[in-house]
Design a binder for this molecule. Structure first.
Ligand code: GLN
Length: 451
Protein backbone atom coordinates (compact mmCIF):
# COMPACT_ATOMS: atom_id res chain seq x y z
CA UNK A 1 0.00 0.00 0.00
CA UNK A 2 2.80 2.38 0.89
CA UNK A 3 4.34 1.68 -2.50
CA UNK A 4 1.07 2.37 -4.34
CA UNK A 5 0.64 5.63 -2.40
CA UNK A 6 4.19 6.68 -3.18
CA UNK A 7 3.72 5.96 -6.89
CA UNK A 8 0.47 7.90 -7.04
CA UNK A 9 2.04 10.84 -5.17
CA UNK A 10 4.91 10.75 -7.64
CA UNK A 11 2.52 10.71 -10.59
CA UNK A 12 0.57 13.66 -9.16
CA UNK A 13 3.60 15.86 -9.87
CA UNK A 14 3.03 15.29 -13.62
CA UNK A 15 6.80 15.40 -14.18
CA UNK A 16 6.95 12.54 -16.69
CA UNK A 17 5.19 12.64 -20.08
CA UNK A 18 6.33 9.16 -21.12
CA UNK A 19 7.69 6.40 -18.90
CA UNK A 20 10.40 4.12 -20.29
CA UNK A 21 11.26 1.72 -17.44
CA UNK A 22 12.57 -0.95 -19.85
CA UNK A 23 15.23 1.45 -21.07
CA UNK A 24 16.44 2.10 -17.52
CA UNK A 25 16.26 -1.60 -16.66
CA UNK A 26 18.36 -2.58 -19.66
CA UNK A 27 21.08 -0.16 -18.55
CA UNK A 28 20.93 -1.53 -15.00
CA UNK A 29 21.28 -5.11 -16.30
CA UNK A 30 24.26 -4.14 -18.42
CA UNK A 31 25.89 -2.54 -15.41
CA UNK A 32 25.26 -5.69 -13.36
CA UNK A 33 26.77 -7.89 -16.05
CA UNK A 34 29.82 -5.65 -16.34
CA UNK A 35 30.25 -5.73 -12.56
CA UNK A 36 29.89 -9.54 -12.48
CA UNK A 37 32.48 -9.86 -15.24
CA UNK A 38 34.88 -7.67 -13.25
CA UNK A 39 34.93 -5.00 -15.96
CA UNK A 40 35.62 -1.34 -15.20
CA UNK A 41 32.23 0.35 -14.90
CA UNK A 42 31.27 3.22 -17.19
CA UNK A 43 30.89 6.60 -15.46
CA UNK A 44 27.08 6.42 -15.39
CA UNK A 45 26.72 2.62 -15.36
CA UNK A 46 23.11 1.75 -14.62
CA UNK A 47 22.12 5.25 -13.49
CA UNK A 48 18.43 5.87 -14.29
CA UNK A 49 18.02 9.44 -15.52
CA UNK A 50 15.18 11.60 -16.80
CA UNK A 51 15.29 13.13 -20.29
CA UNK A 52 13.71 16.52 -20.98
CA UNK A 53 11.20 16.06 -23.79
CA UNK A 54 13.09 18.54 -25.98
CA UNK A 55 15.63 15.79 -26.77
CA UNK A 56 14.75 13.47 -29.64
CA UNK A 57 14.95 9.87 -28.48
CA UNK A 58 14.85 7.06 -31.02
CA UNK A 59 11.57 5.16 -30.92
CA UNK A 60 10.25 7.20 -27.97
CA UNK A 61 7.69 9.95 -28.49
CA UNK A 62 9.28 13.41 -28.36
CA UNK A 63 6.85 16.33 -28.30
CA UNK A 64 8.53 19.38 -26.70
CA UNK A 65 5.29 19.34 -24.65
CA UNK A 66 3.33 20.63 -27.66
CA UNK A 67 0.24 19.19 -29.34
CA UNK A 68 1.80 20.01 -32.70
CA UNK A 69 4.33 17.20 -32.15
CA UNK A 70 1.87 14.77 -30.55
CA UNK A 71 2.65 11.27 -31.75
CA UNK A 72 6.03 12.25 -33.25
CA UNK A 73 8.46 9.38 -32.73
CA UNK A 74 11.98 10.23 -33.87
CA UNK A 75 13.89 7.67 -35.93
CA UNK A 76 17.15 9.02 -34.49
CA UNK A 77 18.75 9.80 -31.15
CA UNK A 78 20.03 13.26 -30.12
CA UNK A 79 23.80 13.41 -29.70
CA UNK A 80 23.55 14.34 -26.02
CA UNK A 81 21.19 11.48 -25.13
CA UNK A 82 23.31 9.04 -27.15
CA UNK A 83 26.40 10.12 -25.21
CA UNK A 84 24.58 9.49 -21.95
CA UNK A 85 23.60 5.97 -23.06
CA UNK A 86 27.20 5.39 -24.17
CA UNK A 87 28.28 6.38 -20.64
CA UNK A 88 26.03 3.66 -19.23
CA UNK A 89 22.94 5.64 -18.19
CA UNK A 90 19.39 4.47 -18.82
CA UNK A 91 16.20 6.48 -19.36
CA UNK A 92 13.31 6.42 -16.90
CA UNK A 93 11.18 8.56 -19.16
CA UNK A 94 10.63 11.83 -20.98
CA UNK A 95 10.13 14.85 -18.76
CA UNK A 96 7.42 17.48 -18.99
CA UNK A 97 8.49 21.05 -19.76
CA UNK A 98 7.23 24.40 -20.98
CA UNK A 99 6.02 24.05 -24.56
CA UNK A 100 9.05 24.37 -26.91
CA UNK A 101 10.98 25.50 -23.78
CA UNK A 102 9.13 28.84 -23.75
CA UNK A 103 8.29 29.74 -20.19
CA UNK A 104 9.53 30.02 -16.62
CA UNK A 105 6.95 27.97 -14.70
CA UNK A 106 6.15 24.89 -16.78
CA UNK A 107 2.62 26.20 -17.25
CA UNK A 108 2.86 26.45 -21.04
CA UNK A 109 3.06 22.65 -21.42
CA UNK A 110 0.22 21.25 -23.53
CA UNK A 111 0.11 18.30 -21.12
CA UNK A 112 -0.60 20.07 -17.85
CA UNK A 113 1.39 21.83 -15.15
CA UNK A 114 4.19 20.20 -13.30
CA UNK A 115 3.95 20.63 -9.53
CA UNK A 116 6.93 21.28 -7.28
CA UNK A 117 7.29 18.67 -4.54
CA UNK A 118 8.14 21.54 -2.17
CA UNK A 119 4.44 22.48 -2.00
CA UNK A 120 1.86 20.31 -3.65
CA UNK A 121 -1.10 22.47 -2.69
CA UNK A 122 -4.11 21.74 -0.55
CA UNK A 123 -5.87 23.86 2.04
CA UNK A 124 -5.13 27.54 1.44
CA UNK A 125 -1.89 26.79 -0.37
CA UNK A 126 -1.78 26.81 -4.15
CA UNK A 127 0.73 24.34 -5.53
CA UNK A 128 4.14 25.80 -6.39
CA UNK A 129 5.65 26.09 -9.84
CA UNK A 130 8.78 23.97 -10.28
CA UNK A 131 10.26 26.72 -12.49
CA UNK A 132 10.75 26.37 -16.20
CA UNK A 133 11.20 25.49 -18.82
CA UNK A 134 12.97 22.38 -17.42
CA UNK A 135 10.29 22.02 -14.71
CA UNK A 136 9.73 18.29 -15.18
CA UNK A 137 13.46 17.79 -14.66
CA UNK A 138 13.63 19.94 -11.52
CA UNK A 139 10.48 18.46 -9.97
CA UNK A 140 11.54 14.85 -10.65
CA UNK A 141 14.99 15.37 -9.12
CA UNK A 142 13.69 17.31 -6.11
CA UNK A 143 11.11 14.58 -5.48
CA UNK A 144 13.89 11.96 -5.73
CA UNK A 145 12.20 10.28 -8.71
CA UNK A 146 15.56 10.28 -10.49
CA UNK A 147 19.07 11.29 -9.39
CA UNK A 148 19.77 13.42 -12.46
CA UNK A 149 18.16 14.67 -15.65
CA UNK A 150 18.92 16.63 -18.75
CA UNK A 151 17.78 20.22 -19.11
CA UNK A 152 18.17 22.88 -21.75
CA UNK A 153 18.81 26.54 -21.12
CA UNK A 154 18.08 29.31 -23.62
CA UNK A 155 17.64 32.15 -21.12
CA UNK A 156 17.70 30.40 -17.75
CA UNK A 157 15.71 27.18 -18.13
CA UNK A 158 18.23 25.01 -16.30
CA UNK A 159 19.21 27.50 -13.61
CA UNK A 160 15.86 28.98 -12.58
CA UNK A 161 14.06 25.63 -12.09
CA UNK A 162 17.12 24.33 -10.21
CA UNK A 163 16.90 27.37 -7.91
CA UNK A 164 13.14 26.93 -7.37
CA UNK A 165 13.49 23.31 -6.28
CA UNK A 166 16.73 23.34 -4.27
CA UNK A 167 18.85 21.36 -6.72
CA UNK A 168 21.91 22.15 -8.91
CA UNK A 169 22.12 22.75 -12.63
CA UNK A 170 24.75 24.01 -15.03
CA UNK A 171 24.46 25.57 -18.47
CA UNK A 172 27.88 25.08 -20.06
CA UNK A 173 29.59 27.43 -22.50
CA UNK A 174 27.59 27.73 -25.73
CA UNK A 175 28.83 24.96 -28.02
CA UNK A 176 30.00 22.47 -25.34
CA UNK A 177 26.97 20.20 -25.88
CA UNK A 178 25.78 19.36 -29.36
CA UNK A 179 22.36 20.71 -30.31
CA UNK A 180 21.85 17.92 -32.84
CA UNK A 181 18.54 16.23 -32.15
CA UNK A 182 17.50 18.87 -29.61
CA UNK A 183 14.24 20.45 -30.78
CA UNK A 184 15.25 24.03 -31.59
CA UNK A 185 13.90 27.12 -29.81
CA UNK A 186 16.49 29.91 -30.32
CA UNK A 187 19.53 28.31 -31.92
CA UNK A 188 22.11 30.97 -30.99
CA UNK A 189 21.18 30.59 -27.30
CA UNK A 190 20.05 26.97 -26.77
CA UNK A 191 22.41 24.86 -24.67
CA UNK A 192 21.89 21.49 -23.04
CA UNK A 193 23.16 20.82 -19.55
CA UNK A 194 22.65 18.59 -16.54
CA UNK A 195 20.46 19.01 -13.48
CA UNK A 196 21.18 16.92 -10.38
CA UNK A 197 21.18 16.96 -6.61
CA UNK A 198 24.70 18.32 -6.24
CA UNK A 199 27.66 19.79 -8.05
CA UNK A 200 29.59 16.51 -8.30
CA UNK A 201 26.70 14.74 -10.04
CA UNK A 202 26.39 17.70 -12.42
CA UNK A 203 30.12 17.42 -13.24
CA UNK A 204 29.81 13.68 -13.99
CA UNK A 205 26.73 14.23 -16.17
CA UNK A 206 28.24 17.20 -18.02
CA UNK A 207 31.39 15.24 -18.84
CA UNK A 208 29.25 12.57 -20.47
CA UNK A 209 27.04 15.07 -22.35
CA UNK A 210 29.75 17.37 -23.76
CA UNK A 211 31.99 17.07 -26.77
CA UNK A 212 32.47 17.94 -30.42
CA UNK A 213 29.88 16.77 -32.92
CA UNK A 214 30.25 17.09 -36.68
CA UNK A 215 26.46 17.26 -36.92
CA UNK A 216 26.30 20.63 -35.12
CA UNK A 217 28.33 23.36 -36.79
CA UNK A 218 28.32 25.44 -33.59
CA UNK A 219 29.68 22.63 -31.45
CA UNK A 220 33.15 23.34 -30.07
CA UNK A 221 35.98 21.17 -31.35
CA UNK A 222 37.72 20.88 -27.98
CA UNK A 223 38.60 18.02 -25.68
CA UNK A 224 36.20 17.57 -22.74
CA UNK A 225 38.04 18.37 -19.48
CA UNK A 226 37.95 15.95 -16.54
CA UNK A 227 35.64 18.17 -14.51
CA UNK A 228 34.84 15.69 -11.78
CA UNK A 229 38.50 14.87 -11.13
CA UNK A 230 39.26 18.60 -11.15
CA UNK A 231 36.72 19.49 -8.44
CA UNK A 232 38.20 21.51 -5.59
CA UNK A 233 36.54 23.75 -3.06
CA UNK A 234 39.72 25.73 -2.49
CA UNK A 235 39.21 29.12 -4.16
CA UNK A 236 42.51 30.68 -3.07
CA UNK A 237 43.71 33.11 -5.72
CA UNK A 238 40.26 33.42 -7.35
CA UNK A 239 38.65 36.83 -7.61
CA UNK A 240 34.85 36.79 -7.54
CA UNK A 241 33.03 39.79 -8.96
CA UNK A 242 29.77 41.13 -7.56
CA UNK A 243 28.03 42.97 -10.41
CA UNK A 244 26.46 46.06 -8.89
CA UNK A 245 23.76 46.36 -11.57
CA UNK A 246 22.25 43.07 -10.36
CA UNK A 247 21.27 44.85 -7.14
CA UNK A 248 17.93 45.69 -8.74
CA UNK A 249 15.31 48.02 -7.27
CA UNK A 250 13.01 46.43 -4.73
CA UNK A 251 15.23 43.41 -4.30
CA UNK A 252 13.64 41.41 -1.47
CA UNK A 253 15.68 41.45 1.74
CA UNK A 254 15.97 37.67 1.70
CA UNK A 255 17.54 37.71 -1.76
CA UNK A 256 20.04 40.32 -0.50
CA UNK A 257 20.76 38.09 2.50
CA UNK A 258 21.19 35.05 0.25
CA UNK A 259 23.70 36.94 -1.88
CA UNK A 260 25.65 38.04 1.20
CA UNK A 261 25.67 34.45 2.44
CA UNK A 262 27.15 33.37 -0.90
CA UNK A 263 29.81 36.07 -0.65
CA UNK A 264 30.75 34.87 2.84
CA UNK A 265 30.97 31.23 1.70
CA UNK A 266 33.28 32.13 -1.18
CA UNK A 267 35.46 34.27 1.12
CA UNK A 268 35.73 31.33 3.52
CA UNK A 269 36.85 29.19 0.59
CA UNK A 270 39.70 31.62 -0.03
CA UNK A 271 38.28 33.84 -2.78
CA UNK A 272 38.78 37.59 -2.97
CA UNK A 273 35.57 39.57 -3.54
CA UNK A 274 35.54 42.59 -5.86
CA UNK A 275 32.71 44.85 -7.01
CA UNK A 276 32.36 45.04 -10.78
CA UNK A 277 30.09 46.84 -13.21
CA UNK A 278 28.11 45.33 -16.10
CA UNK A 279 26.55 48.59 -17.30
CA UNK A 280 24.25 47.21 -20.02
CA UNK A 281 22.54 44.64 -17.77
CA UNK A 282 19.17 46.38 -17.84
CA UNK A 283 18.96 46.02 -21.62
CA UNK A 284 19.53 42.25 -21.55
CA UNK A 285 15.95 41.19 -20.91
CA UNK A 286 14.38 43.32 -23.68
CA UNK A 287 17.12 42.23 -26.12
CA UNK A 288 16.58 38.56 -25.22
CA UNK A 289 12.80 38.85 -25.70
CA UNK A 290 13.44 40.11 -29.25
CA UNK A 291 16.25 37.75 -30.29
CA UNK A 292 14.78 34.54 -28.83
CA UNK A 293 11.31 35.01 -30.42
CA UNK A 294 12.93 36.06 -33.74
CA UNK A 295 14.89 32.82 -33.89
CA UNK A 296 11.91 30.82 -32.64
CA UNK A 297 9.64 32.20 -35.38
CA UNK A 298 12.11 30.91 -37.94
CA UNK A 299 12.75 27.55 -36.25
CA UNK A 300 9.08 26.78 -35.70
CA UNK A 301 8.15 27.40 -39.35
CA UNK A 302 8.86 23.70 -39.94
CA UNK A 303 5.71 22.67 -38.04
CA UNK A 304 3.33 22.93 -40.95
CA UNK A 305 1.27 19.76 -40.64
CA UNK A 306 3.18 18.07 -43.43
CA UNK A 307 6.30 16.65 -41.84
CA UNK A 308 5.61 16.01 -38.17
CA UNK A 309 2.90 15.13 -35.68
CA UNK A 310 -0.45 16.80 -35.84
CA UNK A 311 -2.32 17.76 -39.04
CA UNK A 312 -5.65 19.58 -39.23
CA UNK A 313 -7.38 19.25 -42.58
CA UNK A 314 -10.76 20.98 -42.55
CA UNK A 315 -13.34 20.11 -45.26
CA UNK A 316 -12.35 21.65 -48.57
CA UNK A 317 -9.10 23.07 -47.19
CA UNK A 318 -6.27 24.02 -49.51
CA UNK A 319 -2.60 23.86 -48.46
CA UNK A 320 -2.59 27.32 -46.82
CA UNK A 321 -5.76 26.52 -44.90
CA UNK A 322 -4.18 23.28 -43.70
CA UNK A 323 -1.07 25.12 -42.43
CA UNK A 324 -3.19 27.71 -40.64
CA UNK A 325 -5.57 25.18 -39.09
CA UNK A 326 -2.71 22.94 -37.95
CA UNK A 327 -0.82 25.79 -36.33
CA UNK A 328 -3.93 27.27 -34.75
CA UNK A 329 -4.76 23.95 -33.13
CA UNK A 330 -1.25 22.71 -32.45
CA UNK A 331 0.63 25.63 -30.89
CA UNK A 332 -0.15 26.94 -27.42
CA UNK A 333 -0.78 30.62 -26.61
CA UNK A 334 2.77 31.42 -25.47
CA UNK A 335 4.26 29.81 -28.56
CA UNK A 336 1.90 31.82 -30.78
CA UNK A 337 2.85 34.99 -28.89
CA UNK A 338 6.55 34.33 -29.53
CA UNK A 339 5.98 33.57 -33.21
CA UNK A 340 4.03 36.80 -33.64
CA UNK A 341 6.65 38.88 -31.79
CA UNK A 342 9.41 37.16 -33.77
CA UNK A 343 7.88 37.70 -37.20
CA UNK A 344 7.08 41.32 -36.26
CA UNK A 345 10.64 42.20 -35.21
CA UNK A 346 12.01 40.50 -38.34
CA UNK A 347 9.59 42.19 -40.75
CA UNK A 348 10.94 44.66 -43.31
CA UNK A 349 9.66 47.81 -41.60
CA UNK A 350 10.83 46.93 -38.08
CA UNK A 351 13.95 44.85 -38.56
CA UNK A 352 16.42 47.69 -37.95
CA UNK A 353 14.47 49.22 -35.10
CA UNK A 354 14.17 45.97 -33.14
CA UNK A 355 16.22 43.03 -34.37
CA UNK A 356 19.40 44.89 -35.41
CA UNK A 357 19.20 47.00 -32.27
CA UNK A 358 18.85 43.92 -30.07
CA UNK A 359 21.87 42.32 -31.74
CA UNK A 360 23.90 45.45 -30.99
CA UNK A 361 22.81 45.29 -27.36
CA UNK A 362 23.84 41.63 -27.29
CA UNK A 363 27.36 42.66 -28.35
CA UNK A 364 27.49 45.35 -25.66
CA UNK A 365 26.46 42.82 -23.03
CA UNK A 366 29.15 40.39 -24.15
CA UNK A 367 31.67 43.26 -23.98
CA UNK A 368 30.56 44.12 -20.43
CA UNK A 369 31.51 40.58 -19.37
CA UNK A 370 34.80 40.75 -21.33
CA UNK A 371 35.75 43.89 -19.42
CA UNK A 372 34.73 42.39 -16.09
CA UNK A 373 37.10 39.46 -16.68
CA UNK A 374 39.91 42.01 -16.40
CA UNK A 375 39.00 42.36 -12.73
CA UNK A 376 37.68 38.94 -11.71
CA UNK A 377 37.58 35.24 -12.60
CA UNK A 378 33.97 34.47 -11.71
CA UNK A 379 30.75 36.33 -10.93
CA UNK A 380 28.28 35.62 -8.14
CA UNK A 381 24.61 36.67 -8.28
CA UNK A 382 21.24 35.36 -7.14
CA UNK A 383 19.70 32.99 -9.73
CA UNK A 384 16.21 34.48 -9.65
CA UNK A 385 14.63 37.55 -8.06
CA UNK A 386 12.39 35.45 -5.78
CA UNK A 387 11.69 31.95 -4.52
CA UNK A 388 9.23 29.79 -6.47
CA UNK A 389 5.83 31.39 -7.07
CA UNK A 390 2.48 29.63 -7.04
CA UNK A 391 1.02 28.07 -10.15
CA UNK A 392 -1.33 30.60 -11.74
CA UNK A 393 0.30 33.58 -10.04
CA UNK A 394 1.97 34.93 -13.19
CA UNK A 395 0.41 32.89 -15.98
CA UNK A 396 -1.85 35.74 -17.15
CA UNK A 397 0.96 38.29 -17.16
CA UNK A 398 3.72 37.49 -19.66
CA UNK A 399 5.84 40.51 -18.63
CA UNK A 400 5.85 39.45 -14.96
CA UNK A 401 6.85 35.98 -16.11
CA UNK A 402 9.65 37.33 -18.34
CA UNK A 403 11.01 39.45 -15.45
CA UNK A 404 11.85 36.24 -13.63
CA UNK A 405 14.72 35.73 -16.10
CA UNK A 406 16.46 39.02 -15.27
CA UNK A 407 19.57 37.41 -13.71
CA UNK A 408 19.93 34.45 -16.05
CA UNK A 409 19.49 36.05 -19.48
CA UNK A 410 22.70 38.19 -19.71
CA UNK A 411 25.06 35.20 -19.45
CA UNK A 412 22.93 33.37 -22.04
CA UNK A 413 23.29 36.25 -24.49
CA UNK A 414 27.06 36.13 -23.93
CA UNK A 415 27.23 32.31 -24.21
CA UNK A 416 28.95 31.95 -20.83
CA UNK A 417 28.93 28.93 -18.49
CA UNK A 418 26.63 29.54 -15.53
CA UNK A 419 25.38 27.39 -12.69
CA UNK A 420 22.71 27.55 -10.00
CA UNK A 421 23.35 25.89 -6.65
CA UNK A 422 21.12 25.79 -3.56
CA UNK A 423 21.78 28.79 -1.32
CA UNK A 424 19.40 28.22 1.57
CA UNK A 425 15.74 28.76 2.35
CA UNK A 426 13.58 31.87 2.43
CA UNK A 427 11.41 32.87 5.39
CA UNK A 428 8.66 30.57 4.14
CA UNK A 429 11.02 27.58 3.98
CA UNK A 430 11.34 27.58 0.18
CA UNK A 431 14.67 27.09 -1.59
CA UNK A 432 16.70 29.94 -3.09
CA UNK A 433 19.49 29.61 -5.64
CA UNK A 434 22.85 31.29 -6.12
CA UNK A 435 24.29 31.71 -9.59
CA UNK A 436 27.97 31.48 -10.51
CA UNK A 437 28.95 32.78 -13.97
CA UNK A 438 32.33 31.97 -15.52
CA UNK A 439 34.59 32.97 -18.39
CA UNK A 440 34.08 31.10 -21.67
CA UNK A 441 35.12 27.43 -21.20
CA UNK A 442 35.71 27.82 -17.46
CA UNK A 443 33.12 25.25 -16.37
CA UNK A 444 35.71 24.02 -13.88
CA UNK A 445 35.88 27.38 -12.15
CA UNK A 446 32.08 27.56 -12.03
CA UNK A 447 31.73 24.02 -10.64
CA UNK A 448 34.43 24.62 -8.02
CA UNK A 449 32.75 27.79 -6.78
CA UNK A 450 29.43 25.91 -6.71
CA UNK A 451 30.98 23.12 -4.67
N1 GLN B 1 12.02 31.76 -19.52
C1 GLN B 1 12.77 32.03 -20.71
C2 GLN B 1 11.87 32.01 -21.91
O1 GLN B 1 10.72 31.78 -21.74
C3 GLN B 1 13.89 31.04 -20.87
C4 GLN B 1 13.47 29.75 -21.42
C5 GLN B 1 14.61 28.82 -21.67
O2 GLN B 1 15.73 29.04 -21.19
N2 GLN B 1 14.34 27.82 -22.47
O3 GLN B 1 12.28 32.23 -23.00
Amino acid sequence: DAFVTAVSRAKDLNAFLVETPDHALAAAKQADEARAAGETLKPLAGVPIGMKDLFCTKGVTSTAASHILEGFTPTYESTVSQRLWDAGAGMLGKLNMDQFAMGSSNETSAFGNVISPWRRGGGDNAPLAPGGSSGGSSSAIAARLCPAATGTDTGGSIRQPAAFTGISGIKPTYGRCSRWGVIAFASSLDQAGPMARDVRDCAIMLEAMSGFDVKDSTSLDLAVPKWEAGLSSNLAGKRVGIPKEYRVDNMPAEIEALWQQGIDWLKDAGAEIVEVSLPHTKYALPAYYIIAPAEASSNLARYDGVRYGQRELPEGANLQDMYAATRAAGFGDEVKRRIMIGTYVLSAGFYDAYYTQAQKVRTLIAQDFEKAWGQCDLLLTPTAPSAAFALGEKSDDPIAMYLNDVFTVPSSLAGLPAMSVPGGLDAGGLPLGLQVIGKPLDEQGVLNAGL
